[in-house]
Design a protein around this ligand. Sequence first.
Ligand SMILES: NCCCC[C@H](N)C(=O)NCC(=O)O
Length: 448
Amino acid sequence: MFFGYMFVDVMSPLQSLVNTKLGWSPEAFGYYAGAEYMLNVFGFLILAGIILDKMGVRFTGTLSASVMFIGACIKLYAISSLFAGSAFDQWLSSWWVEMPGSAKLAAFGFTIFGCGCEMAGITVSKAIAKWFEGKEMALAMGVEMAIARLGVFAVLSLSPRLADWMGKNDPSVVPPVAFCTVLLLIGLICYVVFTFMDTNLDKQLGASANGEGEEEFKLSDVGGLFKSRLFWIIALLCVLYYSAIFPFQRFGTNMLQCNLHISETQAADLLRWFPIGALCLTPPLGYFLDRVGRGATMLMIGSLLLICCHLIFALALPAFPSQGLALATIIVLGISFSLVPAALWPSVPKVMDSRYLGSAYSLIFWVQNIGLFGIPIIFGAMLEASNQGVTDPTQYDYTNPMLLFAGLGIVALFFAIWLKVLDTRNGYGLDKPNIKSDNDAVRLDGEA
Ligand SMILES: NCCCC[C@H](N)C(=O)NCC(=O)O
């Protein structure tokens, strides 16, 4: 996940470079960013969850890491000089001309990568639930997410510098993307090593061949999930919250550059503190959740902080362009980004049965991916509409698109409050500690 998250954001700090070097407009960049989730939205994630529940974590993890690597290679080719000016490039550029050929092919590669990355995300969550059931599961998930955030921090730091590899006068998008593609191959090898460890665990536990529990997964379980109110509240909270987080990560560098009138590298250096806040706090919050609980409360506080931060970016930063204010807001947003993921993902095994946990995660990811796919496109279009006639990509006005993020946070807060009310009323155990809650949490089977 470390290398996967690096690849996801490798182009995020290079928005103005891809604009000048590859000719991608903000709208084209928005389409490219949303492409990561396209096939997932059109059903691949649902299939991925079924594959996971049927085939187990070893097969699905190896498959997903391979798919990520293949997608990365396609994207690397799309932005390389091998592709530029080729007959394929000319043909791809000849239709839907707002989207250059390189952007179309890179978006296609990113779509393939995105299928692998999200499939890997649900596989890792299920693997952690399997390895840490009844133990420090939230801490383990927190550490996994912290490692992923470290990847974002690393790539925001490295990407602009790797782009200057050939000298500051001739920056290029290719070195950072090539570097992260090689890392994905290393990640695939690491997962293959893990499959041997997981086989050993199964031998120790005397579990079935694919490592899942005795109860068989049934396709009807997926239908049951859709009928659950609890599932929908968690999924909608997830999509609204994350739609104001990951797309922000992609556009944040340019937003800071435009508001603070600083270079791309300086802006990326500021933004990288966002995943660092999350990196430092997610594991301790997971530890707290395992022992003390308060998951539902953490979801509410995290959503509230998100709203405050995006309102500051939208309204206060353009009026008071201070790097101190930007940094403080980024750190608070990082705290929010620890509270919600630390509480959200370990809550799922508390309320859903392990035999369809893969499908539960995949359906939540699926709903989330609809937002992650659509919001960057809407955001890019709003940015373009708010900046008619602005040709310099460092002079954009980000007020309206940032208000969109704040609006998403407000609706997310509503769902977090609803979840807290239901938890208090029905005793799902979301506010209870993980380690002790196994016996008294009400699972979805009980609710439906
Ligand atoms: N590709 C980056 C987005 C990952 C989305 C993924 N479905 C997810 O929500 N992961 C959990 C997290 O908090 O990162």
